[in-house]
Write a protein that binds this ligand. Sequence first.
Ligand code: NA7
Length: 517
Amino acid sequence: DIGGTWYWNRYPGARCDIESMSYSYSFSPELDQEWEWGERYATQPEILRYVHHVADRFDLRKDIVLRTRVTRAVYDGDDHRWQLSTDTGRAVTARFVILATGCMSTPKDPAVPGADSFTGAIHHTARWPRKDVPFAGKRVAVIGTGCSGVQAIPVIAGEAASLTVFQRTPAYVLPARNRPLQATERAALKARYPEFRQAQRCSRGGTVFTPPTRSALEVDEAERTAAYEAAWDEGFLNGLLRTYTDILTDEKANETVAEFVRSKIRSTVNDPATAELLSPHTFPFATKRPCLGTNYYETYNLPHVALVDLRTTPIERITPRGIRTSGGEHDLDVIVFATGFDALTGSQLAIDIVGREGVTLRERWADGPRNHLGLVSAGFPNLFTVLGPLSPSVLTNITVSLEQQVEWITTCIDHLLGNGLTEIDAIPSAETAWGARVAELAARTLYPAVDSWYTGANVPGKPRAFLAYAGGLDRYREECDAVARDGYTGFVLSSSTGGRSLPAPDRCTDPQHRRHG
Ligand code: NA7
C-alpha cells in the first residue's frame, strides 16, 4: 500500500516526533484547512490515514504502481533514457527518474546469529506485520533503544507478561508531552496557516521557533537550568537544542544539557543502577537524533521490566528458547528488533543503478556518497534524489525539505523540457566541492566525531562520512535557488542533438563532460 515509512513502521507506539500540524504537506491551502489532526504528535495510523486522504483527494492512485520493487536502473546514453527493471518483470523506460526511496527505509540487518533457530516470533519495528502482534501473557525482548525502541518499549510493557530491554547505547529521551489537540488550537493555527507555512519554508529546520541568541556558557547555572526545565516541560524534539546557540558546537555547552537530562533520568528511575545504565555518557546530546518518549524512563520502574546492558554482557546468539548473552540465557516468546536502518544511502544502493558508460552507483559511492546539491550524482544523468545523502533531509522536518527538493526538481525538468534539453548531469568538480562544503558545515558541529547513523557508523563496513547537510534548510534552499538562477552552475545541461544551452561554457571546465557539449 502507499505510505512509505508510515506504511512499514507500524510497531506499537509509532508516532511522529514533529508536531502534526507542522509535519504535513503545505502545497494545498485547502488540504491544510480540511484535515483535522487529532493529537499533538500524530500516531502512525493517523498519518497513514492522512496519506490516503491526500492520495484520494489529488487523484494520485492512478499514477501509483504497488507491489513492485525496482531492482535495476540502467542509463542508455544513446537514447538518453533510463531502463528500469522490476521484480514483477515489468520494464519501464523513463527520461527522468526521481529516487524517493526514503532516507530510513532499508532496515539494518542486526546480524545476531541463531535467529532462524528461535521457536517464538521475531519482528523488526520497520517491517511490522499488518495484523496485530499479541503480547498479552508473553515474555518479550526489545533489542535497541533508538527512537523506535523508545516509542515501542512503554506500549509493549503495558501488555506483556515481562519485557526485557537489551540496550547497547542509551539514548537521550525527552518527554513528548503528547495530548489531544483542542479544536480551538487547531482553528487558531489554521487561521494563520499561510504565514505559518511560509515561516516553515524560510526556517532553519522546517519548524518555526525563535532562535537562541546566547551561549549556554555565558549564563549562570540557575538561569540555564530554568531554561532547560522550560524546554523539558514544553516537549519539543529540539526544544533543549534551541535554548542556547552552542549546544551542538561546544562540548562544554553540550555537557550542561547532557547532565540536565541525566539528572532527570536519576530523578525518574527508582533503581540507581538502572538509572545509571540508562544515562548516556558516550556521546554529546543530540549528536545522535534525540528521542521523544512517553513514560519511557518510568517504564523501568515496573516490576516486570528489566534492562540488560549489552556493553557488559553482549549477546552471544539467539537460541530456540530466547537470547543468550555472556551473562546467561533469557527465555522469550517474542523478540523485537528495533535496530535501525542503513540510513540515507541504503535504499538507493539497494537498487542496481548503472550510469553512463556502465559505471554503477555502488562503484561511484564506494568511498561514500557523491553528488551535487544532494540531488544528482555525476555520471547518472536525469536521476534525482529526494531526501538523499548530502542534503538537509534527516536534520529537518522532512515534509518541508521534500517539498523544497520536489519544487527544485520540477522547475529543473520544466527548464529542460522548455529549452529542448534532454539531460542534466552533475560536474564531478562541483560534486567534489559540494562534498567538501557538506563536510565543512558538519565540522563546525559535534556531529562528525560520533558513531551514529548520521555518520554511517551503525552499519559495519559502510564508509564513514557525515551524511547530511548541516547548514540549515534556509541556507540550502538559497544555495539550490542560486544554482538554478545562475544557469544550473555545477551541472551540464545538454540536448540529444548535441546542442547544449546551459550552463555557459566557462562553467563547464571538467574534461569528462566536454564531450556532451
Ligand atoms: P536507531 O536510532 O538507529 O536505533 C537503533 C538501536 O538499535 C540503537 O540503540 C542501536 O544501538 C541498537 N542496535 C543496532 N544494532 C544492534 C545490535 N546488533 N545489537 C544490539 N543493539 C543494536 O534506529 P531507530 O529505528 O530507533 O530510529 C531511526 C530513526 O527513524 C529515528 O531517529 C527517526 O528519525 C526515525 P547503538 O546505538 O548502535 O549502540
